[in-house]
Write a protein that binds this ligand. Structure first.
Ligand code: COA
Length: 290
């Protein structure tokens, strides 16, 4: 099936050294595997070194290339700086940073403790900012060019109830992306973002929609194209945006959601619930023959 096929030509990321935060599982891992397939070397980070080490081995066995696992809680600047230093020591110049690490609690906002709210803000906005600033300052000091790719979400601009700290933080990450795209372009640093719609992952889906909720709120039903995304579709877009083929794309947020957010936004979009017979009746009532 074409949806599961890689899109870029072999070697499209040859020689690229890429840091992928939250790279041990889920969508991060899927993107990382495709980057490796295209010739990149990777640093994958998360808080859990044991998970990362296992993933790194599996990825290298399956796809070749080099995968360096480094423990890093993006909320802790000391850990971010140590990770950046180690990544440069182990791989040499880093060309791409993909800010993918995130945290999210689905909950009525009034039920969240201040600590829970801050935990999500800290991982998503503070964490992304800390990694971005650490990498960006070093690239500028060394006169190296670089590329940032940040994973946001469509509710970064619509907002969304029940995931409020995530919405607020992702809106911040989107602003960071667009702002630095302009400010740091003069240093040869590009910044873009991807806003994915529903892509099934074991971790996020079981946490966000536990048990029967996933059946009750079947995410595919909200998507105009009638399905959820394939990981490879996201990996294709991410690989393009971190490759030199997208050199003229800067400050962009690319949505990949099958039209999901627009369906929610358009005032009359729920008229797809009206059956054909009812349209026939309405036409007949204004005198048009069926
Ligand atoms: N809903 C609401 N509040 C929650 C929660 C949940 N599901 N899970 C934890 N919290 C609260 C805790 O009660 C605590 O607040 P308190 O001190 O007032 O009681 C606060 O959030 C921090 O929790 P803690 O478990 O100490 O945080 P942590 O720093 O160890 O881990 C995460 C937080 C987000 C990193 C962890 O939950 C995690 O790994 N999540 C998976 C990653 C993820 O969410 N990815 C996003 C995919 S979209």
């Amino acid at each position: 099936m074409i949806l599961a096929e890689g899109m870029l030509k072999p070697g499209a990321l040859k020689g690229k050294n890429i840091i992928l935060t939250g790279g041990g599982t889920g969508l991060g891992r899927s993107m990382g595997e495709y980057f490796l397939e295209l010739g990149a070397n990777l640093v994958i980070t998360s808080r859990k070194l044991d998970v990362l080490e296992e993933t790194a081995q599996e990825m290298m066995t399956a796809k070749g290339g080099k995968v360096i696992p480094l423990a890093c809680d993006v909320r802790e600047i000391d850990q971010v700086e140590a990770m950046w230093k180690a990544a440069n020591e182990k791989l040499g110049q880093i060309h791409v940073v993909l800010n993918n690490a995130a945290g999210n609690f689905i909950s009525p906002t009034e039920r969240l403790s201040i600590n829970a709210f801050n935990t999500v803000l800290d991982i998503v906005l503070k964490g992304t900012s800390q990694v971005t600033l650490t990498a960006g300052k070093d690239w500028i000091a060394k006169k190296q060019s670089g590329t940032f790719l940040n994973i946001v979400t469509t509710y970064a601009w619509t907002g969304s109830g029940y995931v409020v700290p995530s919405a607020a933080a992702k809106a911040g990450v989107l602003a960071l992306t667009r702002s630095l795209a302009v400010e740091w372009a003069k240093y040869g640093i590009r910044s873009n973002a991807i806003a994915p719609g529903p892509f099934p992952t074991e971790g996020a889906w079981s946490r966000l929609l536990p048990g029967d909720l996933v059946k009750k709120f079947d995410p595919a039903k909200k998507v105009p194209v009638g399905r959820v995304g394939e990981h490879q579709e996201l990996a294709n877009l991410a690989a393009y945006l971190v490759s030199d083929y997208s050199s003229y794309v800067n400050g962009e947020v690319m949505t990949i959601d099958g039209g999901e957010w627009l369906k929610g936004a358009g005032e009359f979009n729920n008229l797809d619930q009206i059956p054909e017979e009812m349209w026939d009746m309405m036409e007949a009532s204004r005198g048009k023959k069926p």
